[in-house]
Design a protein around this ligand. Structure first.
Ligand SMILES: Cc1cc2nc3c(=O)[nH]c(=O)nc-3n(C[C@H](O)[C@H](O)[C@H](O)COP(=O)(O)OP(=O)(O)OC[C@H]3O[C@@H](n4cnc5c(N)ncnc54)[C@H](O)[C@@H]3O)c2cc1C
Length: 310
């Protein structure tokens, strides 16, 4: 039986695995690919590569620390986690299964897509799902945000401080009429298209406009970049029958990344904690690994209020 299995090759999983290596834990790292969502980089006609802080580079540097990684890595997707009397059995899609005393789930989340013509074609070529990462590149630009919930409002708030104009395309009322919505949408360079549905992304080498429809009328809104900020869908299915999830399906963790099941930890975007960027995911993964280590020592439920390790 292993001491730890880390599931997921994004920033959170990589950091957890690296930390386990440093602690000389008997760990397995199960992931089909490495880098997670950081492998995707937005291309824009006016942006040179050197202007972008590339998550993937951060990950590559991090990964190069992991000289043992290939020895502890199983390539594949996990399809099931079963609880045992003293740990867990983790089953991989290739049919192999592994027993372990602790598990860290770092399977990430994906942005909800529009599923309209042109979306796939222009994804990461002017159309993107991470305003937080790319807003700084939008100086003097006209941009579109699609969404109506808090994520979209935060994106509009961030972009309106940088871009020339932000058009919010909202399919429903969502959170637009909340106090936050009123503050964000009052900015002079923000306009809102309510009850408006995106129907197509059009462009040439890059996305150049979003075609929308309202009450049967179509309109083409030109833009330098389009941000889809609908909602994040967590990849939490593996633990849906084991651990507590919040109302949106994120794995509920405490400040030490413990789930509701002793020995089962979660880190990164799949959790209900706020880890929307690579650096946050890295820290979260390390924290989860330290908690797994503590659990193996029988410190799982200890009160650490005044005993933080350094
Ligand atoms: C388009 C885009 C660009 C971004 N660019 C940046 C950036 O440049 N800088 C930045 O700081 N942040 C960026 N972000 C945000 C950042 O990528 C995420 O916050 C971060 O990747 C989350 O890390 P994670 O490890 O929690 O999840 P992820 O990166 O999503 O990784 C999850 C991993 O788990 C694996 N997995 C899922 N299910 C299973 C399974 N059943 N079995 C095995 N493995 C599984 C996946 O294959 C993946 O490898 C970007 C986000 C997006 C959407």
């Amino acid at each position: 039986m292993h001491e730890l299995i880390v599931i997921g090759g994004g920033p959170a999983g990589l950091a957890a695995a690296a930390y386990a290596v440093r602690k000389r834990m008997d760990a397995l790292f199960i992931s089909k690919g490495l880098g997670g969502r950081t492998k995707r980089q937005l291309r824009l006609p006016w942006v040179e590569d050197y202007q972008v802080i590339i998550g993937a580079e951060t990950i590559q540097r991090f990964r190069s620390q992991l000289e043992y990684l290939d020895f502890m890595r199983v390539r594949g997707n996990v399809r099931h986690i079963a609880r045992l009397e003293e740990g867990f059995r983790v089953e991989v899609a290739n049919g192999h299964s592994y027993e372990t005393r602790t598990v860290i789930v770092a399977t990430g989340a994906n942005g909800e897509m529009l599923n309209i013509p042109g979306e796939k074609e222009f994804e990461m070529r002017g159309l993107c799902y991470s305003t937080m990462t790319y807003a700084p590149l939008m100086v003097d630009r006209n941009v579109i945000v699609v969404g109506a919930e808090m994520m979209a409002l935060r994106a509009v708030a961030e972009l309106s401080r940088i871009a020339t104009h932000v058009t919010l395309v909202a399919e429903k009322a969502g959170h637009l009429d909340t106090p936050t919505g009123q503050i964000v949408l009052a900015a002079p360079n923000v306009s809102v298209k309510r009850d408006t549905h995106p129907v197509e992304v059009v462009g040439d080498d890059f996305a150049r406009a979003l075609v929308v429809e309202r009450e049967g009328q179509r309109e083409e809104i030109p833009a330098d970049a389009i941000f889809v900020e609908r909602r994040l869908i967590p990849n939490s299915g593996l633990v849906a029958d084991l651990a507590e999830l919040d109302e949106c399906g994120f794995v509920v963790v405490d400040t030490r990344n413990r789930t509701s099941v002793p020995g089962l930890f979660a880190a990164g975007d799949v959790t209900n904690a706020m880890t929307f960027q690579v650096l946050m995911g890295l820290g979260d993964g390390e924290k989860a690994a330290l908690s797994a280590f503590d659990h193996l020592l029988g410190m799982g439920s200890a009160d650490f209020a005044c005993t933080r390790g350094r």
